[in-house]
Write a protein that binds this ligand. Structure first.
Ligand code: G
Ligand code: G
Ligand code: MN
Length: 394
């Protein structure tokens, strides 16, 4: 974090000093200040900042207006929003900023916590869902292409084991969609999932994926293997009661019950219709399903937002897990995340485990479930069937 150039936008002197002390502790050396939105704009026109730490309430041009200006003029890409306002307001401002094309590294309730601040800054280096290449590629994927893909079975599924840390036995398989386009070839899920969300085709896609996965599950069952499936659901689908009904209808059709499926929902401020989303999740919980908060560490949910989601598992994103044994600072953040998960009563899952060294660190932290290339890569159904007899202790 040493070579980051950060602008603190904050009208209260004490808060400003406090924030800069934390940034010093995180070894950020280039720190500038602005006392309100107008000053911030002036400064940003004079020099390039890697990150702006923006307070929402300020006398002369507040944070909301400032973010609009920054986005429009392309003055800075990475934003951290700090405020003592209601976390829900923070979330909606963050959603607005992202819709304007800014990258929100995090929202922090004041007083700013140093670990959260560190986490936000680390995200600059991490894989990001809405990177511009992915966005550019979405333009190539049209709604017609996607509809055709769904209608003509161009999607196929891969299965990746999730194992128990204790004995590396198979606990579930995550279902991962792949798209082989007849002309364009392989299209990455990061691209087509985002495209599906944009074109309002994500519900249809999820149902196609689920049907295929349930058919496969039935085949495995006939061969004597009872495989629990972890299925991804877009947060955009949750508020739709018709979609939720269709999910359950499909399960009934294929004789699957609530203990056969884990739903993975990406951590997101895009739980736009929060009440309806929580309603859907609570209803799934009441029916006995497990719900995992997926990709934790890439979005900007804070502890309070997290505690509102009726989940049973916290799935820690691979950007926090990768090479953990070599990254002491990252380890502190991971330990914090583990503590948070424990306090919320969640089962912890780490994804992206690639080495025995990392395995040892994660096991010592008490993370119950693991997923990663160390155990197995995502496999076709046929490869998964081959892999099973050697590894299954279910
Ligand atoms: O397998 P890979 O890491 O390339 O997948 C990239 C991302 O695409 C994963 O993080 C996963 O969440 C997402 N993804 C894969 N399949 C599905 C799916 O069926 N539905 C949704 N919503 N996301 C999926
Ligand atoms: O939906 P989710 O983000 O949980 O999907 C997990 C994705 O991470 C899968 O698409 C899979 O391809 C990828 N993945 C799983 N294990 C590893 C790993 O050990 N290393 C890397 N680089 N990627 C992984
Ligand atoms: Mn997932």
């Amino acid at each position: 974090m040493q070579n980051l150039n950060i602008l603190i936008v904050e009208d209260c002197t004490i808060q400003r000093l406090y924030a800069s002390r934390l940034l010093h502790q995180l070894q950020v050396s280039a720190i500038s200040y602005a006392a309100n939105g107008e000053q911030a704009l002036k400064q940003a026109r004079l020099q390039r900042f890697d990150v702006m730490l923006v307070d929402l309430e300020m006398g002369v041009m507040d944070g909301v207006e400032l973010l609009r200006h920054i986005a429009r003029a392309g003055l800075c890409h990475n934003i951290i929003i700090a405020s003592s306002k209601d976390p829900l307001l923070l979330t909606s401002v963050a959603t607005m900023a992202e819709a304007d094309g800014l990258r929100v590294l995090g929202t922090i309730a004041k007083p700013v916590n140093i670990d959260l601040l560190a986490l936000c800054l680390l995200r600059i280096q991490q894989r990001w869902r809405d990177q511009s290449p992915a966005q550019a590629a979405t333009k190539v994927v049209s709604a017609d292409m996607l509809e055709a893909a769904l209608a003509t079975n161009q999607l196929y599924l891969m299965y990746q084991p999730i194992v128990a840390t204790a004995d590396r036995s198979l606990m579930a398989a995550e279902v991962l969609a792949r798209w082989q386009h007849p002309q364009l070839g392989f299209i990455s899920p990061d691209i087509f999932i985002e495209a599906a969300e944009r074109y309002n085709l994500i519900d249809a896609l999820t149902l196609v994926v689920l049907r295929q996965a349930l058919q496969q599950r039935q085949q495995w069952a006939e061969q004597g293997a009872d495989i629990r499936l972890a299925v991804n659901i877009s947060p955009l689908s949750l508020p739709n009661p018709d979609f939720m009904q269709q999910l359950l209808q499909l399960l009934r059709q294929y004789g699957a019950t609530s203990t056969d499926i884990i739903w993975e929902v990406t951590e997101s401020a895009n739980l736009t219709d929060l009440a309806a989303s929580i309603h859907s999740m609570a209803s799934l919980r009441l029916q006995g399903f497990d719900i995992a908060i997926d990709d934790y560490g890439t979005g900007f949910a804070n502890a309070q937002q997290l505690s509102r989601i009726p989940a049973t598992r916290l799935k820690i994103d691979r950007s926090l897990v990768d090479k953990i044994s070599e990254r002491p600072q990252q380890k502190l953040i991971l330990e914090n995340t583990v503590q948070l998960g424990r306090r919320l009563g969640l089962i912890l899952v780490a994804e992206g485990v690639e080495t025995e060294q990392d395995f040892a660190v994660l096991a010592a932290m008490g993370i119950e479930l693991l997923q990663g290339y160390l155990f197995a890569k995502p496999m076709t159904a046929a490869d998964f069937s081959q892999w099973l007899p050697h590894n299954q202790h279910v």
